[in-house]
Design a protein around this ligand. Sequence first.
Ligand SMILES: [Fe+2]
Ligand SMILES: [Fe+2]
Length: 268
Amino acid sequence: MAEMTRRDMLKGAAVAGAAAAVAGLAGCAAGAEKPATSSAAASADAAAEAMAEFKMVLGAEAGGSNFGIYRESADLHGDASETDDTLANLNSAMGGETGAHTKYAAFAEAAAAAGLDRIAALFEATSKAEDLHRHEEERVAQLLDPDAKLPEKPSVSPTETDGNLIAGARGEIYETAEMYPIYIATAIKERDAETDADKKDALDQAVQAFTRAKLAEAYHAKWYMDAYTTIDTPTDEKYWLCTTCGFIHKGAKPGACPICGLTEYEEF
Ligand SMILES: [Fe+2]
Ligand SMILES: [Fe+2]
């Protein structure tokens, strides 16, 4: 219950902050087009309109949800296709996570060989996080199809570590902002329409697995960009991996994981 309350507060803050930003932009645009005397009223109208539009995009009118943002993402990137098959999405996610798990392990070796110890530690931690994700997705996929299994690991050719960090961040942002939001929305739709109790429960577990992965990927992207921007000024701070959900923190050992609420960490 405490978890829900905190999450709801975070969602509320994010929606309010983004809406304020949109309203500000809309106000500037309206101000540029109208004579100075009416710009304040026009800005207020445009801001209200932008707020309504933004809430609609986020699904905030239906109680607020960070899952609804996939619609905006699909508009921005026309090829972000929706599917209505959660089992296929689980198999696809298992492929993506297996690729990321393998890629980051190779990136860790390349960083260590270049003497970038802390970046090697970050890649090791994220590689392990993706390993958690792919095994959890395999477990859920097997509830829907006993024959579902993880794909073979691909072969990987790392480049320079700064490029590997950017490649990693781009992959994480794609997963958190496009791929998982679509998979979550699809799984919710399928779950709500399902009448078989076991299948409904499996689809609900898919919603949970996709959601935890989506949130963890955002932290991975954050730390990759942090490592990229501080590549010439590294510190010796530790990374902490939540061994339940794949959340990663840098610095002092965190308390309860902000994603899953548990407190089991591995230090890197
Ligand atoms: Fe990740
Ligand atoms: Fe966690």
